[in-house]
Design a protein around this ligand. Structure first.
Ligand code: ADP
Length: 473
């Protein structure tokens, strides 16, 4: 297992170490070098130096390197998946899905690297031409969460590199092992020294505080909580940095009474439970039309009851551990407050005894819109069901949150589905679908769920400047 810092193409020991735990057992599985603010600054120096020649390579050259990165990640998919399950805990099948998704950002962006189009037009007055092109921003700080140890990195790094940037990555404290191995695989695939640097740390705030002031840093690309995102935004403002922010969610999952209820339950299980229920697009509130609320709740409870909770490596396990003990107590606090406030527990409702950090798949019925559990990102296997009769009221409740990342709508009337989708203040909507993430689609949120989009054709432009040349000849 790689445990050193990657700075300027060299693997370096750190001055101190931090433990990485297996959340399924609570045991320490590795000690990883803990980077200091000085290490972060050295990584920024290395990135600044490497970025110049990387930006000067032909787009086709960068595209070929990115394509080789995709291939190398795919070739090592099983090994990477095991590493993800080891430090994150998600079931191996989910980890394999994550690796395929993570790798795909390199293939997609290898194709985008040669299609970074600008434009040329004649100025309305006719005196000159307006030439617009998109140079890279420069050095990008990449700060990522633990819930997708590989994909949250590649979703940023692939477009950043395609556009000609260099990156300094600070992976989440809980999952640095995957980040280091991914970086090594990218290095082997031909990414030049210094273009990718990885500096894990046990003190994220001091690390960021130092790096954000480095003269060459021009952008902060962050995925994580809205609370931390706000802090990083404030600090980035001091240097007027470009930002990409993928923040929290509070997804409504809406089921109309004309929906195919079995399909809705199947979609609900995907939207709620994949990656051990710890995704920012996870269905957080189920709004179900009154006529089918009992049927949906009963069928959802049956599907949730069939979920096997356990170590992500064990055969047949569908839901692994939560990331740590604090996550379990937060989830339990929300569930206890909801039941104390009148919700009824149709299934589950408590933590599972250790070792490891597990929570029972839980379904809560009779939940009221506007309660703590519907206003908080649960990040755990808990499905609160709210019955509705009036569509306008339901949409008002679904939109009654500062978050706007993902939403789901199930109905057999596609016209109604599209009309309701348009009224949802959400960057992404799954219409009769429980999953929506795709490197070819723009991922991102409205409102306090974020700024900018990752993936699709717009993804690469987030990592670019716009330069306009008024030309006369
Ligand atoms: P989560 O709740 O998903 O752990 P966080 O927003 O706390 O979300 O963490 C996401 C990432 O942000 C992690 O890499 C974490 O280390 C980092 N982070 C947390 N606080 C800060 C901070 N003050 N400055 C920079 N990075 C931070």
């Amino acid at each position: 297992m790689l445990t050193k810092l990657l700075i300027g193409g060299e693997w370096r020991a750190g001055s101190s170490a931090m433990p990485v735990l297996d959340p399924a057992t609570g045991e320490t599985i590795a000690e990883v070098a803990a980077g200091t603010p000085a290490d972060a600054l050295e990584a920024c120096d290395a990135a600044a130096e490497a970025q110049k020649s990387w930006a000067a390579t032909a787009p086709r050259v960068r595209a070929e390197v990115l394509r080789a990165c995709w291939q190398n990640l795919v070739d090592h998919a099983d090994e990477l998946a095991e590493l993800i399950t080891r430090e994150h805990g998600k079931p191996l099948a989910d980890a394999k899905g994550e690796v395929a998704y993570a790798a795909e950002f390199f293939r997609w962006n290898s194709e985008e690297a040669v299609r970074l189009h600008g434009s040329i037009s004649t100025a309305p007055g006719g005196a000159n031409k307006i030439i617009v092109q998109h140079p890279p921003v420069g050095v990008v700080l990449v700060v990522t969460p633990w819930n997708f140890p590989a994909a949250m990195i590649t979703r940023k790094v692939a477009p950043a590199l395609a556009a000609g940037n260099a990156v300094v990555i600070k992976p989440a404290e809980d999952t640095p092992l995957t980040a280091l191995r991914v970086a090594e695989l990218l290095q082997q695939a031909g990414v030049p020294d210094g273009v990718i640097n990885v500096v894990p740390t046990a003190d994220a705030a001091s690390w960021f505080e130092a790096a954000v002031d480095h003269h060459a840093v021009r952008m902060v690309s962050f995925t994580g909580s809205t609370e931390t995102g706000r802090k990083l935004l404030r600090r980035s403002a001091d240097r007027v940095l470009k930002v990409g922010m993928e923040l929290g969610g509070n997804a409504p999952f809406i089921v109309f009474d004309d929906a195919d209820i079995d399909a809705a339950v199947e979609g609900a299980m995907v939207a709620k439970m994949r990656h051990s229920a710890q995704t920012c697009t996870a269905a957080n509130r189920f709004f179900v039309q009154a006529r089918v609320a009992d049927e949906f709740t009963t069928k959802l409870s049956a599907a949730m009851a069939a979920i096997k909770v356990g170590n992500g490596f064990a055969e047949g396990v569908d839901c692994g551990p939560m990331i740590n003990a604090a996550a379990v107590s937060k989830i339990d606090g929300l569930v206890q407050a909801a039941t104390a406030g009148g919700a009824t527990s149709a299934l589950g409702g408590s933590a599972v005894d250790g070792p490891g950090f597990f929570y029972q798949p839980t379904v809560l019925a009779d939940v009221t819109a506007g309660s703590a559990i519907t206003g908080t990102e649960i990040f755990g296997p808990v499905a609160p069901v709210i019955s509705f009769t009036d569509t306008d009221d339901m949409i008002a409740n679904a939109n009654d949150t500062e978050m706007g990342l993902a939403a789901y709508v199930y109905t057999s009337d596609i016209g109604r589905g599209l009309a309701v989708s348009e009224r949802l203040e959400s960057g992404m909507v799954g219409l009769n679908r429980g999953a929506m993430s795709d490197p070819a689609a723009p991922f991102g949120g409205m409102k306090q769920s974020g700024l900018g989009r990752e993936g699709a054709s717009e993804g690469i432009y987030e990592f670019c400047e716009t330069q306009y040349i008024a030309a006369d000849w």
